[in-house]
Write a protein that binds this ligand. Sequence first.
Ligand code: NAD
Length: 484
Amino acid sequence: MKMNDVTKQHRNLIAGEWVEGADINENRNPANTDEIVGLYARASKDDAKRAIAAARAAFPAWSKSGPQQRHDLLKKVSDTIAARADELGELLAREEGKTFAEAKGEVMRASQVFGFFSGETLRQTGDAVDSVRPGVEVMVQREALGVIGLITPWNFPIAIPAWKIAPALAYGNCVVIKPADLTPGCAWALAEIIHEAGAPEGVFNLVMGRGSEVGAEILDNPEIDAVSFTGSVETGRKVAETCVAQMKKVQLEMGGKNPLVVLDDADLDVAVNCALNGAFFSTGQRCTASSRLIVTEGIHDRFVEALTEKLRALKVGDPMDGAVHIGPVVDASQLEQNKRYVKIGQDEGATLVCGGEVIEGDTPGHFMTPALFTNTTNEMRINREEIFGPVATVIKVADYDEALRVANDTDFGLSAGICTTHLGHAAHFRRHAEAGMVMVNLPTAGVDYHTPFGGRKGSSYGPREQGQYAREFYTTVKTTYIQA
Ligand code: NAD
């Protein structure tokens, strides 16, 4: 297994060269804060400017390069990621804290995404349309947008960069990516793979660093044509305001407060496993996490009892330990936020059935036991604000109608799930859930890589990501009229 060298400084990739930054970021393991995962350069605004200029210079040739070159590049990236899955999975687990099994799964997802978009390069079709004017032919085609700025969060440090970079390159755009400052390691490894796979100079650029410096330059720089952002609602709003003011195309994926409805007729095991997986796996740090469990009164007590029993059996600890189910919280400030919300829930009168304790591991890390609240109402702050940790609430409701009303009563609309054996309720929920993704008898988190991903209301803005729908964002349409 190829290990990350902790003394090596991982530099930014600008115009095909590895370039030192203005500062060095010590990337630490949240399961063992004494351990440095690696040293990563932090780019300055000037570095970001040079990366953007390099991408602009590379765009004319790359956008006209044709599908074979792009296919071969993306295919090679996909194959290399898969071949290095163990090593990259370990890097991901060590820098972000999800378990090795989850981390390796995410790495394989990144490989699949590049594989999918390598195929898409060969499936670029347009339309030939009969004109209303005799003798005129009309063609509708898609073209690359230009230079795309990508800004990504820490919680899926390889999959989210992959599902933005792969379509951007596939459709002929050049890329400048700024990964989260907390987790630069996976993005750096991905940059190394893309560079070594033969991306032409300037086509793909990596600038690691802070949002206020590097991220801000990506938003402000007039040479950026479009920005795809994933992160918090607060930052997303700033991204949108800045981009719209400059008429840049923008795509935002933000927070969630996803409901999982459990009806009286649900299969109890299915419902408990959906809640356990959806709410608590990956330490609850998923935008699609089922943070609100909306349960009808006939199954409520049995559901809470069975879920609590499973939660108490979960082992929290080092993500590289195969017996561990839940890794650490990503950093000290996220841990503080989780603790704050546990206190808020208690102060609001909710019952903390289990968990919510900060515990000591064998190593100094940010460990917290999964917390479950009952006796909550949908008006409580713990049911309205995204916590982004291993904390879920149960909201007891009378029947399906109330469950649907509560599920939709939120500022967010990313994913919504229902556990039921009643076909009518499942079908009604599919039509009436105000969310971009609906899951029936499945966890709210966990999606395919070839289908559209995104939400409604405060969760998303702009076209969907992933699958063929990604081309809505990464291309622009040209209509050509030809008088023969
Ligand atoms: P964040 O908003 O703090 O940061 C996201 C990215 O934006 C980082 O790269 C950060 O450096 C950058 N940034 C911060 N300030 C900026 C600024 N002023 N200008 C430009 N860039 C700036 O989010 P986070 O804490 O990294 O991630 C957690 C959030 O991401 C949660 O809210 C979660 O729900 C959301 N998320 C959403 C999805 C989705 O697809 N909907 C997926 C994963 C995570």
